[in-house]
Write a protein that binds this ligand. Structure first.
Ligand code: SF4
Length: 435
């Protein structure tokens, strides 16, 4: 019997993938442990989207080498996107024992058994749909289900099409089965995941199931199951999907719609395949059909050739839409991407930092103003656990994905309760249970 410790970095897809790796390994006689000191094998599930994320993982793997002095038989494996991107250099330079790409997880036990095991072959078909992932690092309430893998959009800054390969969808029946099983175990909030869920498409006995159909099928499992999804590409977000969200109470009123830039020049260079006005048509439609829908976004500051005017347009679009929240980054060139080959990374670092800070400051104001509008309103909140700062309080989320803190009273994890909002910061709502 061998112990394995899995550490996950990066996106929710990686979290779902770590569950697949955990299942494959436990089926092969391994035991999952929560502490690296108890492990015979440490696997680091990695993200290659930003240079900083990779640097952090190189440092982490180098630190882990010191554990090998105490435990010479310890194996260290790097799995996921960085494994795919850097391949055998991770064995030669970082002294990893195992390197396993995102489509080779069925092979992970065999790779650990080798002196140095490497498999970074990408597949056009692998979806792991027959593997029921283990829920690791889970709160028992929220879970992620990967519904598709890969991406073929080739946004010019993005490494994902190279590290995760071609787009492919899992069968709807395997997804519904997994969601039903999670619901029966007590999970109440499920996020359907893919790099671009809007292009989900599966043919079942001649019937085509698209993402809107899949979402409706998942919502039909039980009205007590909340359904979320990530991520949507604006070019593919359909009116049918918006109508499906509007017509199901338990599909959360929250859409993450990455804009990346408010400048058409930048969007073209980013190969995003939409213009600002096309993006606005989608957000206007969402606002019209689902007035209480929260919107969040991703944005990149300081992409190749970005001028002050391009940046100003990004700030303008943020104000125009009034996002509820945003994931904001400065541009980080990734080797092998279209942008790295075609465009100079010519915005100075201090300028990237300044522009990013302006966007962050603006978003903080927008989030605060969005939260202030909720004061006095009552929301149905799914309780997710005890507040970390105050054990007399619970926290949960609204359908709009906002965190709410309120008095514990006799409620517990998994309950739905009505909370009236009394106060807020830019990040959190505070309220009291409505009697
Ligand atoms: S849609 Fe674009 S940004 Fe998203 S994973 Fe695909 S290539 Fe990357």
């Amino acid at each position: 019997m061998k112990n394995v410790y899995i550490e996950t970095y990066g996106c929710q897809m990686n979290q779902a993938d770590s569950g697949i790796v955990a299942k494959v390994l436990t089926d092969n006689g391994y035991t999952l442990v929560n502490n690296q000191d108890d492990a015979d094998v440490i696997l680091i599930n990695t993200c290659a989207v930003r240079d900083n994320a990779e640097k952090r993982i190189h440092n982490r793997v180098r630190d882990l080498q010191s554990l090998k002095k105490k435990h010479p038989l310890l194996k260290i494996g790097i799995i996921g996107c960085m494994a795919e991107r850097l391949k055998d250099s991770l064995i030669n330079e970082d002294k990893a024992d195992v390197v396993c790409g995102p489509d080779a997880y069925r092979d992970i036990a065999a790779l650990i058994g080798q002196t140095t095991g490497i498999n970074v072959a990408l597949s056009d078909e692998e979806t792991y749909e027959d593997i029921v992932p283990l829920e690791i690092d889970s709160d028992g309430i929220s879970a992620f289900i990967s519904v598709m893998r890969g991406c073929e959009n080739f946004c010019s800054y993005c490494v994902v099409p190279y590290t995760r390969g071609k787009e492919r969808s899992r069968s709807a029946s395997s997804i519904i089965k997994q969601a039903e099983s999670l619901f029966n175990k007590g999970y109440r909030d499920i996020t359907l995941l893919g790099q671009n869920v809007n292009s989900y498409r599966f043919e079942d006995n001649g019937k085509v199931i698209d993402f809107a159909d899949l979402l409706a099928m998942t919502a039909a499992i039980n009205p007590l199951l909340r359904v979320r999804f990530a991520t949507s590409h604006p070019k593919d977000l359909s009116e049918k999907l918006i109508d499906t969200i509007a017509s199901h109470k338990n599909i959360c009123k929250y859409i993450h719609l990455p804009i990346q830039s408010g400048s058409d020049n930048m969007l073209k260079k980013m190969n995003r395949k939409y213009t600002v006005s096309q993006y606005l048509e989608k957000t206007d439609l969402i606002r019209r059909k689902i007035p209480d829908c929260a919107l969040s976004t991703d944005v990149i500051a300081g992409f190749c050739g970005e001028t002050e005017e391009d940046h100003r347009q990004t700030l303008e679009i943020f104000k125009r839409i009034g996002y509820d929240s945003a994931y904001m980054f400065k541009y980080s060139e990734r080797p092998g991407t279209l942008a790295s080959k075609k465009y100079a990374d010519d915005v100075k670092e201090e300028e990237k930092v300044r522009r990013l800070q302006q966007i962050i400051d603006l978003q903080r104001e927008l989030s605060l103003s969005s939260n202030k509008k909720d004061i006095g309103k009552t929301f149905e909140v799914l309780v997710e656990g005890e507040s970390k700062r105050d054990k007399t309080k619970l926290y949960g989320r609204t359908s709009q994905n906002k965190v709410v803190i309120f008095d514990k009273q006799d409620n517990k994890k998994g309950d739905y309760i009505l909370v009236e909002i009394e106060n807020c910061t830019s990040a959190t709502l505070f309220g009291k249970k409505k009697q």
